[in-house]
Design a protein around this ligand. Structure first.
Ligand code: KIV
Ligand code: ZN
Length: 512
């Protein structure tokens, strides 16, 4: 039997550290459930000690997830580790992931600690963690830029103290595949008890080589765990992309000879969920999950694929979750069909009243748009997600006028704490006018740092999905709204972002 490659997803921790990608507890929970459906082995749910908000997210995910191991990051100190253990206490399969920097630069300039102090802290913290849980991962932050002999000494010691996984990150994305693979191979050879643990790779994408470096760590270095994120989300240029690394190992099993437990048919749904939650749009030519990843535009390619699919296709689109855009529901569909489709899409609406509200919205949409796709349903329920019925701001109606040569103006009706208000404003365009009309009442003082529009299902009769990112007093939040009318979608997205700013949900990303 082939060796197994463990897939460790850190979308909810390292991915979330990407500026602007912070997520609410409900959003994280929803993504964690999708990761479980995807059958990732380990879900890094957050960094419990970094804030009360993160603690609650890790705790909620640890309680909800049964089939994947749930993990919390912790710095290598007793307080962080105890907090991680507390957040994970209701989970049967939990992992504490502790880290300390080991490169000369990080030890001297960031930690202001000597190598001996770092060594001792690593040793004691793994000992402390091992008393709380059995599954302990140790990460040597900036491991790839560390002195290999020093690193080998630390690894040997933390393995003796009971660490079960050792992770060697390329924290700053500096590695080159062959060099990184060989670094890991040599390191393992220098650690006498290296066979007692799973070795792991964690690569950042600053030079665009995170996936290649991770694969070299597996092939040359003997790693059997890859840390990665959906869509390669992450700080700066991001992390190793889960979908790419998984499909590389599966498609080239002849070369890697490894098994992965991922249900690849769930990849696209995970990608779309992460993209619409964070507002980080997937580029069309992105491998595996980009809109063009399986599109053959040239006549020669189309002809070849029609004659024999494998002339130009090395993977099957349906194996990663692409299906021909099929009409799944229409205006005659009943509540049960809607409910069942939600279940098939993995959307868990908690109460009957949430289902009723979502169904009413579905009917309203079906009256305006004859063909309803899965993407429409997902967008529609995402409006329901934050404390349905209890939002501070709610959309009611909008009218706007724009004409060549005239300054556009908008009138919006929305609710503030359940009370209807009406705002008017002019603007540079209808969207600008609508958002100004909202601000004429709210006066949030927030700065807009991102506005993006996407067609949900690809043509002009599709719904527009708008993402608005607002920043206020150090908090960054994303609001998403969908509607066949993009001005209405923009107003909904703006109100959704204002709701998040107004709520007490902690959304500041953890620092690693
Ligand atoms: O990039 C990194 O070094 C990390 C560690 C905290 C694992 O994210
Ligand atoms: Zn990282």
């Amino acid at each position: 039997m082939a060796d197994k490659l463990i897939i460790f997803d850190t979308t909810l921790r390292d991915g979330e550290q990407s500026p602007g990608a912070s997520m609410t507890r409900d959003e994280k929970l929803r993504i964690a459930r999708q990761l479980e459906r995807l059958k990732v082995d380990v879900i890094e749910a957050g960094f419990a000690a970094s804030s009360n908000g993160d603690f609650e997210c890790v705790q909620a995910i640890a309680r909800a997830i049964k089939d994947s191991t749930v993990c919390s990051l912790a710095r290598a100190n007793d307080r962080d580790i105890a907090r991680a253990a507390e957040a994970l206490q209701d989970s049967a399969n939990a992992r504490i992931h502790l880290f300390i920097a080991t490169s000369p630069l990080h030890m001297e300039k960031k930690l202001r600690m000597t190598p001996d102090e770092v060594f001792e802290q690593a040793r004691l913290s793994v000992r402390f963690a091992r008393n709380l849980r059995d599954d302990i991962e140790f990460s040597a932050e900036d491991g790839y830029r560390s002195d290999i002999d020093f690193l080998a000494r630390i690894c040997e010691t933390v393995i003796d103290e009971g660490a079960t996984t050792i992770n060697i990150p390329d924290t700053v994305g500096y590695a080159i595949p062959e060099l990184y693979g060989n670094f890991l191979k040599t390191l393992r050879e220098k650690v006498p008890n290296s066979d007692k643990v799973v070795w792991s790779v964690h690569c950042h994408n600053d030079l665009g080589m995170a996936v290649a470096n991770s694969l070299a760590g597996v092939k040359i270095g003997g790693a059997r765990q890859v840390e990665c994120t959906i869509n390669g989300l992450g700080e700066r240029a991001g992390n190793c992309s889960l979908e790419e690394v998984v499909m590389a190992v599966k498609t080239r099993k002849d070369y890697f000879g490894l098994d992965v437990g991922i249900d690849t048919t769930q990849i696209l749904a995970a990608s779309k969920m992460v993209s619409s939650t964070t507002g980080f749009v997937v580029q069309p030519n992105k491998a595996v999950v980009g809109a063009n990843a399986f599109a053959h535009a040239s006549g020669i390619h189309q002809d070849g694929v029609l004659k024999a699919r494998d002339t130009y296709e090395i993977m099957r689109a349906e194996d990663v979750g692409w299906s021909a855009n099929k009409i799944v529901l229409g205006k005659l569909s009943g509540r049960n069909a809607f409910k069942q489709r939600l279940q098939e899409l993995g959307v868990m609406l908690e109460s009957e009243s949430e289902i009723m509200t979502a169904f009413a919205k579905f009917k309203e949409l079906a009256d305006r748009k004859s063909e309803i796709f899965d993407e429409d349903i997902l967008a529609l329920v995402s409006d329901e997600r934050i404390a349905p019925g209890h939002e501070q701001y709610g959309f009611v109606s909008l009218s706007q006028a724009s004409e060549t040569g005239e300054r556009p103006h908008a009138e919006i009706v929305f609710t503030i704490a359940g009370k209807e208000v009406r705002g008017h404003a002019e603007g540079n365009g209808p969207v600008d006018a609508s958002l100004k009309a909202i601000e004429s009442h709210v006066q949030s003082g927030a700065e807009m740092v991102l506005y993006s529009v996407n067609a949900i299902s690809g043509s002009t009769d599709a719904q527009g999905e708008v993402t608005v990112r607002l920043q206020n007093s150090g908090r960054v939040v994303n609001g998403v709204g969908a509607d066949p009318d993009i001005v209405v979608a923009s107003a909904k997205a703006y109100l959704s972002a204002l709701n998040k700013l107004h709520s007490k949900v902690e959304t500041v990303a953890a620092q690693g």
